[in-house]
Design a protein around this ligand. Structure first.
Ligand code: NAP
Length: 250
């Protein structure tokens, strides 16, 4: 698989991102597994891929800083020398708070990682993939959330607003680069069983929310990865600017 297309997954060390890395590798992508701090988790994903005959590297970098984004893409260039796909997956929540309790520091970080980071990463990807700059085209998938539509009242309206920005960005960028060989889409996961809920102080959230989900269960990271892999793939060559709910009806 040394000549396969190259995919960068931000936040590829755990949860949905890790599932995307594994699924992509099984379909012949060479994978750049970005992580923020959990190096061992990223190395484990890389190990699983290389054990199965695939190609992957772990790349540390904080998408919430310009230097971090530059370093991530420099590392992708050094490892593979090309880029064909980007999954803007890295994302954070905060503990449940009403808007009047949210600090400026939290708000700033929420948008810097979830919005600015995704936009900066997309910009770097466009520089490498757009036919306007001599690239071969490519595909970008952004991680939105059903929270963008529901608003997450009483939990994290800042997170929901950040994901709303991702929806708008997806539509706008899709049109901006549609004639340059790049497709841009998003998925809106509902409640997915990953560590993100514990990181927001609600470790049982996925299980507790199950009765309120039309399908009566949380989704798995693999189910979201399958939708992302479809959007990345040649099965979706006429799909751009789409935002796909992967939410069990939520
Ligand atoms: P997760 O299990 O908490 O994993 C988060 C991943 O993002 C980890 O790999 C983490 O790296 C990485 N990350 C966090 N901050 C980063 C930063 N500043 N720079 C680079 N990487 C960073 O999250 P998840 O549940 O898989 O969520 C993935 C995406 O789906 C997010 O955008 C989230 O908003 C969205 N989403 C999730 C759900 C859900 O219910 N799980 C629902 C809707 C949308 P480390 O391992 O190094 O910490």
């Amino acid at each position: 698989m040394s000549g396969g297309p190259v995919l960068l997954v931000t936040g590829g060390s755990r949860g949905i991102g890790a599932a995307v890395c594994l699924a992509a590798a099984s379909k012949g992508w060479r994978v750049a597994v970005n992580y923020a701090s959990q190096r061992q988790a990223a190395e484990d994903v890389v190990h699983q891929i290389t054990e199965s005959g695939g190609s992957a590297v772990a790349i540390q970098g904080d998408v919430g800083s310009d230097e971090g984004v530059k370093a991530i893409f420099a590392a992708v260039d050094a490892a593979f020398g090309r880029l064909d796909g980007l999954v803007n997956n890295a994302g954070i929540v905060g503990p449940p708070q009403r808007v009047d309790a949210i600090s400026s520091e939290r708000l700033e970080r929420m948008f810097r990682v979830n919005v600015t980071g995704a936009i900066r990463c997309a910009a770097e990807a466009v520089l490498r993939m757009s036919t306007r700059y001599g690239g071969q085209g490519g595909s970008i998938v952004n991680l939105s959330s059903v929270a963008a539509v529901l608003g997450a009242p009483g939990q994290y309206v800042d997170y929901a607003a950040a994901k709303g920005a991702i929806d708008s960005f997806t539509v706008g960028l899709a049109r901006e680069v549609a004639a340059e060989g790049i497709r841009v889409n998003a998925v809106r996961p509902g409640i997915i069983d990953t560590d993100i809920h514990a990181s927001g102080g609600l470790p049982d959230r996925a299980r507790d929310m199950a009765p309120s989900i039309p399908m009566q269960r949380p989704g798995t990271a693999g189910e979201v990865a399958d939708a992302i892999l479809y959007l990345l793939s040649d099965k979706a060559t006429y799909v751009t600017g789409a935002i796909l709910n992967v939410s069990g009806g939520r």
